[in-house]
Design a protein around this ligand. Structure first.
Ligand code: GLN
Length: 431
């Protein structure tokens, strides 16, 4: 056959229009700033994963599970009973209830799949889901793939011009939140501690959200995957604990963040039976069940954490890591947000200058200024970060363009090396 006369056959079977919404077709920020695309010696403070292993006693439990029979096979779609028992024992006291392992806990393939299954279970075509901007990027396609319509409510950045502001200064305007509600509003996503801001929502803020959820009968998806990373003695308040809120809240947790195991893809949902049951129905038909041996390991993590004072020690280590980056930003005289939780710091990069004709790859051209700034910093200075406009809808991307997100889930030596390099930013700061 003469190939020259062949017509383009790449669109013989068109892909679903579903992918045209929720920015699903735009290259995701994690792939653009993946280590493989950057200079080999670039220090990765971009995607939030650790450059250290999970604790030995947890990986040992994973090995033991791999070396036995049952944990190498399908688990119950609800999750392995040992993990569900461990979740009950660990979270029950925090939620002030005797959790039912058969109906109120669901183990999922990472927090993402858990949240996706909640959307599948609860959204009708056109139902609106409120999310605070900036928002973790995965929420958006998870909502639109399930027929939902995202509605954005901003967290307003601190207004004053001081160098160091607290993540707590990123504020909700409750009138604005109220105005975002329509008869189609079905859900609201809360994320505390917040990615990428590091904000730990106060009890008062959560009470404000709770009263709106009650008034308009909303399901609350509370993404609390960074719950073990709340600094400075600040309290992590679970919205499910506020009066009446257990009844309408699904709390989302993650073994990846808790035990430095982001690739394990083990998370869990905690909610009343009537929220877990339909979510289980969806999850069973999406993944059937989650990674079995690593559920055993996560169970060990939760079972032994208290006795080993694991979360206390880990938190102190993260506080030290946070300080290393903050000290550097102080020295540089660049504005940043001091996170009260999570492992991210937002650096204001609006004063970082770079040549317009710098050899940028196609992947960052046509995106926000922050994409180019982060690329420039990664290549010239040798430290990668994540452009924050990715966490905004297109109309509001300009707000995010002012920031780069630096992750400090790295060992101290790596952070110190990164900081030495970041001092070179001095040459590019506009007076
Ligand atoms: N939650 C991590 C982050 O925000 C990773 C996200 C991802 O790779 N999808 O960095």
């Amino acid at each position: 056959m003469a190939t020259s006369t062949r017509t383009d056959r790449s669109n013989l079977v068109p892909f679903s229009s579903r992918l045209k919404e929720g920015k699903a077709l735009a290259q995701d920020v994690w792939s653009i700033f993946a280590a493989a695309n950057l200079p080999a010696d670039c220090i990765n403070l971009g995607q939030g994963y650790m450059n250290f292993a999970p604790p030995k006693w947890v990986t040992k439990a994973a090995e033991e599970a791999l070396n036995s029979v049952a944990p190498n096979h399908y688990s119950h779609p609800r999750g392995r009973i040992r993990l569900r028992e461990a979740i009950k024992a660990f979270y029950g006291p925090q939620l002030n209830r005797d959790l039912d392992v058969e109906s109120e806990i669901l183990v999922t393939s990472g927090a993402n799949e858990g949240q996706y299954s909640v959307f599948t279970a609860f959204l009708e075509q056109g139902d609106e889901v409120i999310m605070f901007e900036p928002f973790f990027d995965q929420y958006l396609p998870s909502v639109t793939f399930n027929g939902g319509k995202p509605v954005y409510v901003p967290l307003h950045p601190p207004k004053d011009s001081k160098l160091k502001s607290s993540s707590n200064e990123w504020a909700i305007d409750f009138d604005e939140l109220r105005r975002a509600i329509t008869p189609r509003t079905k859900m609201i996503i809360v994320n505390t501690p917040h990615n990428p801001v590091g904000k730990v929502f106060t009890k008062q803020e959560l009470e404000g959200i709770a009263s709106i959820a009650e008034e308009f009968n909303l399901l609350v998806m509370s993404d609390e995957v960074y719950d073990c990373l709340v600094f400075d003695g600040k309290e992590h308040v679970r919205i499910a604990n506020l009066p009446g809120m257990w009844d309408r809240t699904v709390t989302v947790c993650s073994a990846g963040k808790a035990f430095a195991a982001t690739g394990w893809r083990i998370g869990w949902l905690i909610a009343p039976a009537y929220i877990i049951q339909p979510t289980l129905a969806a999850s069973t038909r999406i993944v059937f069940c989650s990674n079995s041996p690593l559920q055993e390991a996560a169970a060990t993590g939760l079972e032994q954490a208290k006795e080993r004072k694991f979360f206390e020690t880990q938190l102190a280590e993260y506080a030290e890591r946070r300080q290393i980056l903050c000290d550097a930003f102080d020295q540089l005289g660049l504005k940043y947000t001091m996170p009260e939780g999570s492992y991210f710091i937002l650096l204001d990069i609006s004063k970082v200058k770079f040549p317009d004709d710098y050899p940028f790859p196609q992947s960052v051209l046509g995106r926000g200024r922050d994409f180019r700034a982060c690329w420039f910093i990664a290549v010239e200075v040798g430290v990668s970060s994540i452009p924050v406009s990715e966490f905004y809808c297109e109309e509001h991307a300009n707000i995010g363009e002012a920031y780069a997100r630096f992750a400090f889930c790295k060992d101290v030596d790596t952070l110190k090396a990164a900081v030495e390099r970041l001092y070179r930013l001095k040459d590019y700061i506009e007076a």
